[in-house]
Write a protein that binds this ligand. Sequence first.
Ligand code: TGC
Ligand code: FAD
Length: 387
Amino acid sequence: MAHDPLDLTGIEDELHEDERLVRDSVSRFVDAEVLPDIGRHFADHHFPRELVLPLARLGLLGSSIEGYGCAGLNAVCYGLICQQLERGDSALRSFVSVQSSLCMYPIHAYGSEAQRERWLPAMARGEAIGCFGLTESHGGSDPLNMSTTARQRGSDWVLNGSKMWITNAPIADVAVVWALTDEGVRGFLVERGMKGFSTQEIERKMSLRASATGALFFDDVVLPEENLLPGSSVGLKAPLSCLTQARFGIAWGVLGAAQACLSEALHYTRERILFGRPLAATQAVQIRLAEMARKIAVGQSLALQLAHRKDRGILTPVQVSLAKWNNCRAAIEVAREARDLLGGAGITTEHAAIRHALNLESVITYEGTETIHQLSVGRELTGLNAF
Ligand code: TGC
Ligand code: FAD
């Protein structure tokens, strides 16, 4: 066969040798350490914490940061890392997105030197786990409408409120929390063990079951001034800048889930004999497989274009919105098609398609729902804010 069905436009040829090396090492890790057990973890609603140190040893935590024990890789490498991890399971990519883009990134970009020295090397080694608390129960799409407050008392801050739907919350050592001060939204580092700070796991999820999701509660938590992120401006600009990093990784990551589903569907429909011929030999099935490959190919080109712009420092938030929207939609459609092409076999975790399809229900919602990204693009086109 002339082309790799998972890479019809030849993205492989555009990658540099060092990018391929990173991709291949993560790919081997996913094959050896993730795929054998991930169906069981999903079924058991269990985050495989034992994978954190191996992920760290591969240099995958905070991989884009220079210094502080981090690998300092480029945007293409970060994208490829996300893609390979999500080929395994969206939960693993979520863990790395939150640790790297939503916790280490703001500590690096907006933290004091003391905060960087304290947290970044430990987080890169996987010895400290982070979470990012922006969403509250009364409406994640509109984060400015938050109830969590931080009031100044002498040189301290007193935090009250709660955050909902927080990835890594049950296992986090440190939470980057966005709270309303008298001046507007500011970022704080809240540490496990601080009096009045507690977390609770959200159970019975039907999606991202191998990820630890939870709530954060703050009941008169006293934070010293050194736990304020001093470099973050007042308002949503700083948290939105973190989301841009993570959404970029998601735009790459979801295509890994889609590739796993297309691969599974290709294998299954070639082997499955119905009406005296392989299922893959029917026109209807080939059209569906071709559609799946088309969606992946278009998404890959978009992701690579964005990575090159990111490395040149010219990527804009609306371009990231476009890609997060397009690639999540493409991936969830590919996963649902694969699930259907597997027939009854497609409903068990013996195969990957339903696990990916269910996971992608979260991924299309978090980090800005599809509608939020469509409205961001709409605002760019019209100049009119329709949120
Ligand atoms: P908007 O007017 O768009 O922006 C306010 C100010 O921020 C600036 N800005 C950015 N700056 C840097 N980087 C970015 N990416 C930026 N995006 C915007 C913007 O220029 C402006 O600055 P200035 O100087 O003009 O004031 O803000 P808005 O209030 O209109 O935003 C509306 C909206 C809906 C787009 C925003 O609220 C939004 O994105 N809502 C969705 C919330 C969301 O995505 N939450 C995600 C929570 S975290 C999560 O889901 C993690 S899942 C992790 C996992 O497990 O992988
Ligand atoms: P809502 O904002 O209530 O939206 C409900 C519906 O209304 C959606 O369909 C939305 O598109 C639509 N809608 C909203 N506004 C408009 C409008 N103006 N016009 C038309 N339709 C509109 N958050 C964090 O802070 N940190 C995390 O680590 C984190 N991890 C998560 C992990 C999981 C598994 C999940 C499911 C969520 C996570 N989130 C996290 C929260 C996530 O970001 C929010 O769920 C998301 O932003 C949507 O908010 P919401 O659930 O409150 O839905």
